[in-house]
Design a protein around this ligand. Sequence first.
Ligand code: SAH
Ligand code: SF4
Length: 411
Amino acid sequence: MTSDQRNTNTAGGDEPETGITEGGTDGAFRDVLSRDHARRGKPPVHFADMTPEERIAAAKELGLPKFRVSQLANHYYGHFDVNAEEFTDFPAAKREAAARMFFPELIHEVTRQVADEGTTIKTLWRLFDGSLIESVLMRYPTRTTLCISSQVGCGMGCPFCATGKLGLTRNMSAGEIVEQVRIAAKMMRDGEVAGGPGRLSNVVFMGMGEPMGNYRSVLSAVRQISAAPPEGFGISARNITVSTVGVVPGIKKLAAEGIPVRLAVSLHAPSDQLRDELVPMNRRFDTTAVLDAAHDYFLASKRRVSIEYALMRGINDQAEHARLLAKRLNHYGDNWAHVNPIPLNPIEGSKWTASKPEDEQRFLDILHAAGITATLRDTRGQDIDGACGQLAARGKDLVAKDLAPQKDVAA
Ligand code: SAH
Ligand code: SF4
């Protein structure tokens, strides 16, 4: 069996999976659909990319019986361990071959930046093809959250977002996504994060990329993160958040999976007129379509949906915007959504900046008065560009050629 044949539950196929059909009118989505992405090689196939049957077949190739796969799963998901050379419960003569077959290095640490007294750690990773991505680990008194990337760059073109400025290079494989989680879980267990040994409790898909543009790999990752060991890391699906720009078919598909993950929808504007400008994807799936889908997700999952709202000074942070947002959410009933306003993290060269504190407060007050729960999201890691929308894998001093072209896809 070739590695290509095994590569069925990663991005897979000749076409890049986007979850989005052709039909963008202004070029902002052409990037997402470009066939160039498919021509780039695929990441090595990893244990986390294989179905149970594929794992058994690969083991057989090495002359190993089925039960050895269960041992590997126990090492990987139960102990966050890929160092097969040291698996003492494994036949010594097969360890090296097993390491090569199942655990190729998919993400290589390039740099680690630390902030907030060692409780926020942003890691820059290099992938097999030189692509750079980032993840951010944030430890709080009662939980530890890892923010992970699902694509190299992003093709959705939101003009206020650093990742959006990069354009899309490619989808990440399930293995590349899951490895971010395994390594963070191991760091927590081994006490590498200030505060001593602990447990990774939450995962949010709020790093680089649009999860719904890489649906299959993201879903595979969600299952592996949430399944109990030895099938997965055992991080409750309720503690996993998938954040989307509002790709309606993706939201519907996710609702039908019946997994209790939390959905976050990046709304950022209460009207189509304004959202068309801030979120180009709104021209494909408008505010009504997105809110309908978000509310359906709430009905299907019984989990409150998070509405993400980056407050931009003078743009979307005025009283009229808060009132319209409240009206549009209350249209569907009470208590189904939770609004997460976040002061914009200004990115280089952007004309937008963060709201004034008094405007932020007024925005919250108006939502609260309308019976809507809303909490200002904290902006951890701002000083290391680890905050939302600031992930742009700035590795220019390292390998400039590996960076995605710096084009403004929203222009
Ligand atoms: N593509 C997905 C998930 C990654 S972005 C999405 O858009 O939802 C994660 C969150 O960060 C989104 O809510 C996004 O709108 C927000 N974000 C992007 N740029 C930001 C910025 N400069 N300041 C604050 N939030 C930002
Ligand atoms: Fe992509 Fe999300 Fe950034 Fe928009 S906000 S460009 S969808 S990562």
